[in-house]
Ligand binder design. Structure first.
Ligand code: GAR
Length: 188
């Protein structure tokens, strides 16, 4: 069994979709969800899904090794960032070389980097009158949104699109592709 840990910061639709996708799998298992905002709705989703969820603060990630120890204790093989908004700590990168996967709601290298997350991305894309946007699934390295790209999918934008309608299009792409790309990547 290949064990995944999902790291999330907010709503958790991706975390839920990944968890549901692998619920019946005999090859891949979502072992836990770790979140870094106390009131993140992802915790409620995890409870409903019956997946252990743990809150950890900045110290646990960057100073005392608590999160990394937990991943090791749970024998986690791959770490999935599903709307996780902090830079991955260096010791975690070293412990999981090329085994941390992120999803970004734009066509990297455009609209990536610090501060470019969630709605901020969609607002910038709409403000620039882009004709298309999409999702990028990539391996995580020590910089925001820079690691090697595993997969991209596009959506078309019209003059009528707003940050909200773009967000909906992106969420559909995420639902359709993120779990299958994770599966393909961890099983290869
Ligand atoms: C997703 O759209 C994801 O691509 C984005 O945050 C959203 C989280 O939604 N990630 C980033 O912006 C990372 N830079 P969710 O919590 O409902 O899955």
């Amino acid at each position: 069994m290949i064990r995944l840990a999902i790291l999330a910061s907010g709503n958790g639709t991706n975390a839920q979709q990944i968890s549901e996708y692998f619920a019946g799998s005999d090859k891949v298992k979502v072992e836990c969800i770790i979140y870094n905002k106390k009131d993140a709705y992802v915790a409620e989703r995890a409870r409903k899904l019956g997946i252990p969820a743990y809150y950890h603060n900045r110290k646990d990630f960057y100073e005392n090794g608590a999160v990394l120890n937990k991943l090791r204790d749970m024998k986690v093989d791959w770490v999935i960032l599903a709307g996780f908004l902090w830079l991955v700590p260096e010791d975690m990168l070293k412990a999981y070389p090329n085994k941390i996967i992120n999803i970004h709601p734009a066509l990297l290298p455009k609209y990536g980097g610090k501060g470019m997350y969630g709605h901020h991305v969609h607002e910038a894309v709409i403000a620039n009158h882009e004709k298309e946007s999409g999702i990028t699934i990539h391996i995580v390295d020590d910089q925001y949104d820079r690691g090697s790209i595993l997969f991209q999918a596009k959506c078309i934008l019209t003059d009528k699109d707003t940050p909200d309608t773009l967000a909906e299009k992106i969420h559909l792409l995420e639902r359709d592709y993120f779990p299958v790309v994770i599966e393909k990547t961890v099983l290869q």
